[in-house]
Design a protein around this ligand. Structure first.
Ligand code: PLP
Length: 395
């Protein structure tokens, strides 16, 4: 029998030997462009706080007011005594922002995927996933009882083939599930094509808009708005932990769908509801999106500006169409050394290495926000160029 101490020691040693362990850096300020990390002033380039809302005065004020009125915790799971006025108001706000009939708020996006998908995916069903879908979708699918199929990334001919094959097998229902924006490359799913195929083959559709919230569509209302597919996507799922700057997940769609979701999602039924501060901050974040379109404009101006600078310097930023801007470098060691040098030069951006991305495409993943200034982006681009030359990535 393996002893616990031996097991954990061996695992940790193996992780360290493979270089795949996480060395956690300590953020000692708010998640703002000028931040403090491990005792050092740094320029933040790896936060998902796309609109800068985590530090927005109105969002912070809403959280403080909610604590004063409703306390620090909700006291229960939603289904028993933990459904506060704030949760219901938040759900109405999400539904109207997303132009859907209804919405259900979960504690996190992970809880939404890991709660909804297993409830929906039953024996005799088929679920078809994009091969690059997020881990929380993969785990949700694993917990379900449906048969699983995968289609090549964003490839509509590939998806059609899987659907044609499925037609011969008489599944009870078929679900196509995709990320809206893919987090490693920053490309956008062809949701219009997916929806057309789904409607041709009678499949359900589920989109995870984690990186589209606050980023795509009018005022950041997401990918469904971006493609003008209102009412045509069965489950419009997303998160508050990225563009909205807080934390929490949701599914949005018609009333029956959300009623099904809350009666059947175990993550929702069996886990305490979000604290008042969180629910209030999420609601405030949506309202800021609606009232301050300038933030959205800044985000995209910064995105175009920084991408252009990196490309002019000779870097490969892949096929990104969004503020997620990968700087593809090659081998794992190069990306790690690059990140270390960036940090020494006052820039906080992490490497993404194999096996998280294909071999030979290790990268620094940068993320633009509305809060970055031109001066900060110039400094970042110059520093990237300098290190690129030092490490002979650029010539
Ligand atoms: C981050 C992310 C999630 C998880 O959302 P949380 O609210 O942080 O739990 C789910 N799906 C995708 C695509 C994500 O990028």
């Amino acid at each position: 029998m393996q002893k616990p101490v031996d097991f954990f020691r061996k695992e940790v040693n193996e992780l360290k030997a493979s270089g795949l362990n996480w060395n956690l850096r300590e953020l000692q300020s708010a998640s703002t462009p000028n931040c403090m990390v491990d005792g050092k002033k740094a320029l933040m380039l790896c936060s998902n706080n796309y609109l800068g809302l985590s530090d927005h005065p109105k969002v912070k004020a809403a959280a403080i007011a909610a604590v004063k009125k409703y306390g620090a915790g909700s006291g229960s799971v939603r289904a028993i005594a933990g459904s506060m006025k704030l949760h219901f108001e938040l759900e109405d706000t999400i539904a109207s922002f997303k132009k859907n009939e209804s919405a259900l708020y979960y504690q996190t996006g992970f809880a939404a995927n890991a709660g909804f998908l297993p409830a929906f995916l039953r024996e005799g069903d088929l679920v078809i996933s994009d091969e690059l879908n997020h881990g929380s979708i993969i785990d949700g699918v694993r917990l379900g009882k449906a048969e699983k199929a995968v289609f090549p990334h964003a490839n509509m001919d590939g998806l059609r083939k899987v659907l044609e094959e499925a037609e011969t097998k008489n599944y009870r229902k078929t679900l196509i599930v995709t990320d809206g924006v893919f987090s490693m490359d920053g490309d956008i799913a062809p949701l219009d094509g997916i929806q057309k195929l789904a409607s041709e083959f009678g499949a359900f559709t589920y989109v995870d808009d984690a990186h589209g919230d606050g980023v795509l569509g009018k005022n950041g209302s997401g990918i469904v708005n971006h493609f003008n597919l209102h009412g045509k996507i069965d489950v419009d799922m997303g998160t508050f932990s990225k563009g909205f700057g807080v934390v929490g997940g949701y599914v949005s769609g018609n009333q029956d769908m959300t009623e099904f979701a809350f009666n059947k999602s175990r993550t929702w039924l069996l886990s305490g509801s979000a604290p008042p501060a969180t629910a209030a901050a999420c609601m405030a974040a949506i309202k800021v999106c609606q009232k301050e379109p300038q933030l959205f404009k800044n985000l995209w101006d910064n995105t175009h500006y920084f991408k252009k600078k990196l490309k002019e310097a000779g870097f490969n930023t892949g096929k990104s169409q969004t503020p997620i801007t990968p700087v593809i470098l090659g081998e794992n060691e190069v990306a790690r050394a690059f990140s270390q040098k960036l940090f020494e030069n006052g820039i906080f951006a992490l490497p993404i290495v194999f096996p998280m991305v294909p071999k030979g495409t290790a990268r620094i993943r940068t993320m633009m926000t509305a809060a970055h200034t031109r001066k900060q982006l110039d400094f970042a681009a110059e520093t990237f160029e300098k290190i690129g030359k030092e490490l002979k990535v650029l010539h």
